[in-house]
Design a protein around this ligand. Structure first.
Ligand code: SER
Length: 356
């Protein structure tokens, strides 16, 4: 008896929520909204804070909700809405979506490649269970959803230079496996349920904020060490070349791709490419600014094997054709900009606190 009443009340509640959402779509909300409310997961990670700044500049500060399980700094709290939310707690995420009439989710939470190999159960939970929670939510409330994929979605059997958009994907990390799963799940939900799922395979992202747990992190570490210590011990071999992208290009790609009309998009998952370099190339370029900079090499077996299995150059012809993707930063301007930014970083205590 009690059970039935409870079931009726849950279904009445769901009906009310659906009606609210139906009104929201009829009034121009939902996946195709021109002025969307966006929820960002992993909001305090390498991409999250900067992504919120870009989206807030386009849609308004109140329209972009950062979420994370970490504590934000005061400046982040002041810059716009922040909510505590764990992607492994779907009810909490659902409440945020309903309360704020969210239209789009940018799902940035992930355990990266090197950290994932050290804790496979954690990476499985965060990257696979988290993805399942997000995609179910997006399906239920008809949200547009962006999930970054990665060069790590390829493996030693994929062609390396260039790596086509559609090719063999047999990654050898749990991070790569979970990202291939995310790509396939998103495509499947698109075909089966009409979900507006979008994903870009990102090169290693270079920014002055530290990512943590990635194989491409050396590039960021090298700048910080050049400026603070004048020397750096690199965990990859000097000639290990992988694709990289400066954060501003990466965020602009996400924004332009999310903003692209559905009929411009021929695929749900695109490669994007910007620059490719090795630790030796980067050290040489940094020496144009710090001639005394010393780099030694002490390859770490796990990260070297990961990087050796990844592409050298991604073929992004289709992204360039379909939604006009084009990077602005080349290798020289990336290095020049990073040096300026990292100098500022080390003189701005608030910035350091926000990434702790
Ligand atoms: N930057 C990521 C990593 O190194 C690759 O997408 O794990």
């Amino acid at each position: 008896m009690f059970k039935n009443t409870r079931l009726r009340s849950i279904s009445a509640q769901q009906q009310t929520i659906r009606t609210l959402y139906n009104n929201h779509w009829q009034n121009g909300g939902g996946a195709t909204s021109k002025n969307p409310t966006v929820l960002i997961t992993g909001g305090l990670g390498q991409l999250g804070i900067e992504c919120s700044k870009l989206l807030r500049s386009q849609y308004g500060a109140e329209k972009v909700i950062l979420t994370d399980i970490r504590q934000p700094s005061q400046s982040i709290l002041k810059s716009g809405p922040f909510q505590y939310a764990n992607i492994l707690d779907p009810r909490r995420l659902e409440k945020i979506v309903i309360d704020n009439k969210v239209d789009w989710i940018v799902h940035l939470s992930a355990t990266l490649s090197a950290k994932g190999e050290l804790d496979i159960p954690l990476a499985t939970k965060v990257n696979i269970e988290g993805m399942q929670n997000i995609i179910e939510l997006a399906k239920h409330y008809k949200l547009r959803v962006f999930v970054p994929s990665t060069i790590g979605a390829f493996g030693p059997d994929s062609p390396k230079n260039p790596t086509p958009n559609l090719t063999i994907q047999r990654p050898r990390t749990i991070y790569g496996v979970s990202k291939v799963y995310a790509e396939l799940l998103g495509e499947y939900y698109h075909h089966k349920f009409g979900l507006d799922f979008r994903s870009l395979r990102l090169p290693g992202v270079v920014s002055c904020d530290l990512p943590g747990g990635g194989t491409t992190d050396y590039a960021i570490d090298m700048f910080h060490n050049a400026i603070t210590k004048g020397k750096y011990e690199c965990y990859l071999k000097p000639k290990t070349t992988v694709p990289m992208i400066y954060i501003d290009d990466c965020l602009r790609a996400i924004y332009e791709f999310m903003d692209a009309p559905n009929d411009a998009i021929q695929r749900r998952v695109y490669n994007i490419n910007a620059v490719s370099f090795s630790p030796e190339d980067l050290a040489n370029e940094i020496r144009n600014y710090f001639p005394q900079f010393e780099v030694t090499y002490n390859p770490d077996a796990i990260r070297q094997e990961i990087a050796d299995s990844w592409p050298e150059v991604l073929d992004d012809t289709e992204a360039r054709q379909d939604w006009k993707w084009k990077p602005e930063y080349n290798f020289k301007t990336l290095v020049e900009t990073m040096i300026d930014q990292v100098k500022v970083f080390h003189h701005t205590p608030e910035r350091i606190a926000s990434t702790a």
